[in-house]
Design a protein around this ligand. Structure first.
Ligand code: PRP
Ligand code: URA
Length: 208
């Protein structure tokens, strides 16, 4: 565990569409959602299930059931909200929190502007969502806040990660597993991931 990078032909195909600067807002948003669902399945691989008796049209049987209520999804605003639909599509009863952060374009340091999470974080598995892990600053600070609030079991889901951000996240939060569909080459001088996909928030919301 530690860093879990998905490797699947369909994921790689979708990533290529996502990276393409000619891909429009609608398709971009849809693919962010699809990849987030796949990341969710992967992140739930170690989930604990309870037995549940049910009756099929044919006979009684015992199935397995997930307690969705024990999970909290925490998107980092703005771009993380683009991933949320993909997760609640498959786990509609999970609780949802929001952390608002933006990077200062010059210093690249994150600034918090909003924080609201479900109660009892210590009792839940907390899944943090942000499509881009670049310098790692936003994800690291968000996780620090969640830990200060009691969260003990945390996973981080992103679409694209830079090696620099992965290294820093592992140094500061070694207990947090990171799930990603791609580990890219590097950061450029402006803190953008190369080759990346550009500004995820602007592409999801069509703001540029
Ligand atoms: C982007 C992205 C991450 C952050 C990653 O957000 O969604 O939150 O940058 O960079 P880092 O790893 O270097 O911190 P941005 O600050 O552009 O805000 P936005 O989502 O509102 O566009
Ligand atoms: N945030 C983005 O949206 N894209 C990057 O490449 C880096 C940070």
């Amino acid at each position: 565990m530690g860093i879990i990078k998905l490797n699947h032909p369909l994921v790689n195909h979708k990533l290529t569409i996502l990276r393409d600067k000619n891909t429009g807002t609608k398709e971009f948003r849809e693919i962010i959602g699809e990849l987030s669902t796949i990341l969710c399945y992967e992140a739930m691989k170690d989930a604990t299930l309870e037995k549940k008796e049910i009756e099929t049209p044919v006979c009684k049987t015992v199935g397995e059931k997930l307690d969705e209520d024990k999970y909290a999804f925490i998107p980092i605003l703005r771009a993380g909200t683009g991933m949320l639909d993909g997760l609640i599509r498959v786990m509609p009863n999970a609780k949802i929190g929001h952390i608002g952060m933006y990077r200062n374009e010059e210093t690249l340091k994150p600034t918090k502007y909003y924080y609201k999470t479900p109660k009892d974080l210590a009792e839940r598995e907390v899944i943090v969502l942000d499509p881009m892990l670049a310098t790692g600053g936003s994800g690291i600070d968000a996780i620090t806040m969640l830990k200060e609030d009691g969260a003990k079991k945390i996973k981080f889901l992103c679409i694209i990660a830079a090696p620099e951000g992965l290294k820093k996240m592992q140094e500061i939060h070694p207990d947090v597993d990171i799930y990603t569909t791609s580990i890219d080459e590097k950061l450029n001088e402006n803190g953008y991931i190369v080759p990346g996909l550009g500004d995820a928030g602007d592409r999801i919301f069509g703001t540029k």
